[in-house]
Design a binder for this molecule. Structure first.
Ligand SMILES: [Zn+2]
Length: 433
């Protein structure tokens, strides 16, 4: 991960976000309680119903006039028991006509990490230490700060703004399902939900203040290899799919990587097991399966890696006389200019919230990849989750408060006439993406 700090370009604008009305004060006990109530919900990818129910209940209980809390129909396509949760909140009656519309999003699934020996039905227990760190009691499970911290910031930030009567533009909150295994909820989202919205902000992981403006394109590949079976004593009469797969794996993995590229072969499977559970060794395997993925920060490098994988598979097919059926699954990367209005807005809001913006790129995929691909300029904002996907995962009361203040500042900045005028000036000189 490389990052670069944005110089303080227009501190005057950031200082205007809260100049007319003060930032609502947060009740830190309530913020921590919201986090713990979400963090203790066990909702792994595909089984998000308890968390989706909580989100719908939380937002219905806010009683925001005109708000519509619904679940979309993306569940089956996303491979989840529920769809994405979408909360549509109209602009407040006191909003200036120039107020921009924003999507605030997070993901509802969690990685199901348990320390060795911890039973599957043991509830998650979150404890807060004297210094305000929130962690698993006894480090027995992860606490899903990824992405309950993002959920908490959005829910508490929006509620505080609503209760204070702060003017806001049109807001959509989206809780996506099945993010972790491959952004499936966001991929399955009907792009119509993002139409007419100006800017997207995905709150997910990382340090508060991080503004992720570009993310690698990711391609997963899998290949089925069909050879010819033969008894081991006449092995030369067969065409070993396993040998072809190993050769393909070695060739693909052997590529030299440039900075901003990654590639790995993750799976090779072949051969048969007998009914007694022992491997059948007297036979040349006639089918094999190979899988892996590559990532590249720029599209030319991505194309180069795609060609490398394809040509390795083709050479192996020719030299081993086997048939290879490759399949590629692509998640588009995104590359926002530092001058893009969404990036400027993120930077201004982060500064206005009292945190220091750091503009970064990343190799990992997030829901922002899909939102950008569907036409909504979207950045990822850090929501204060550390050592994600491990039982040592943690966040803190301070991080949750700061992330919530970023959410409130995004809402306030998008409604601020001074900020929208500055964004308009920016967008005249630079395209959005
Ligand atoms: Zn996440």
């Amino acid at each position: 991960m490389e990052w670069m700090e944005i110089p303080p370009q227009r501190p005057d604008i950031a200082s205007q976000v809260w100049s007319e009305r003060k930032m609502p004060r947060l009740d830190s006990t309530k913020v921590v309680d919201t986090f713990i109530s979400a963090a203790t919900i066990w909702a792994p990818s595909g089984f998000e119903k308890p968390m989706a129910d909580k989100m719908m209940r939380d937002f219905e209980e806010m009683n925001i006039p005109g708000a519509n809390v619904m679940m979309d129909g993306a569940g089956p396509a996303a491979g989840s028991e529920v769809g994405n949760v979408i909360v549509d909140i109209p602009a407040s009656p006191n909003a200036p006509p120039t107020a921009r519309s924003v999507v605030l999003s997070c993901h509802l699934d969690r990685v199901p990490v348990r320390a060795p020996g911890v039973p599957q039905d043991e509830p998650v227990q979150v404890e807060m230490t004297a210094d305000g760190t929130l962690q698993s009691k006894g480090f027995r499970t992860n606490i899903a700060a990824d992405d309950r911290a993002g959920y908490t910031a959005i829910k508490e930030g929006l509620q505080a703004m609503h209760l204070s009567g702060f003017p806001h533009g049109h807001i959509k909150v989206i809780g996506y399902v099945r993010e972790e295994p491959g952004l499936f909820g966001a991929r399955a989202l009907d792009p119509a939900h993002l139409q007419d919205m100006d800017f997207g902000f995905e709150f997910d992981g990382g340090k508060v203040g991080n503004v992720i403006v570009n993310s690698a394109g990711i391609q997963r590949f899998k290949a089925t290899i069909i050879g010819q079976s033969a008894p081991a004593i006449h092995a030369s009469k067969g065409k070993s799919a396993l040998r072809a797969a190993m050769d393909a794996g070695t060739r693909i993995d052997g590529a030299e990587m440039k900075p901003g590229q990654t590639l790995n072969v993750s799976n090779i499977m072949a051969g048969q097991m007998g009914q007694d559970g022992a491997p059948i060794t007297n036979q040349v395997p006639d089918s094999a399966f190979l899988a892996g993925e590559f990532r590249a920060r720029n599209p030319d490098d991505e194309l180069e890696l795609r060609k490398h994988v394809e040509s390795c598979l083709q050479q192996v097919a020719e030299q081993h006389g086997v048939e290879i059926r490759p399949e590629f699954d692509t998640i588009q990367g995104f590359h926002l200019s530092e001058q893009a209005p969404v990036v400027q807005l993120a930077e201004i809001a982060t500064r206005a919230s009292g945190s220091k913006p750091k503009v970064m790129g990343m190799m990992g995929g997030t829901n922002a990849n899909c939102m950008n691909a569907k036409g909504l300029p979207t950045v990822v904002l850090g929501s204060g989750a550390y050592l994600q996907h491990t039982e040592r995962e943690h966040t803190s009361r301070n991080d949750l408060i700061r992330a919530t203040q970023v959410v409130m500042s995004v809402i306030a900045a998008a409604a601020s006439p001074a900020v929208t005028a500055a964004l308009l000036a920016t967008s005249e000189i630079a395209p959005a993406i």
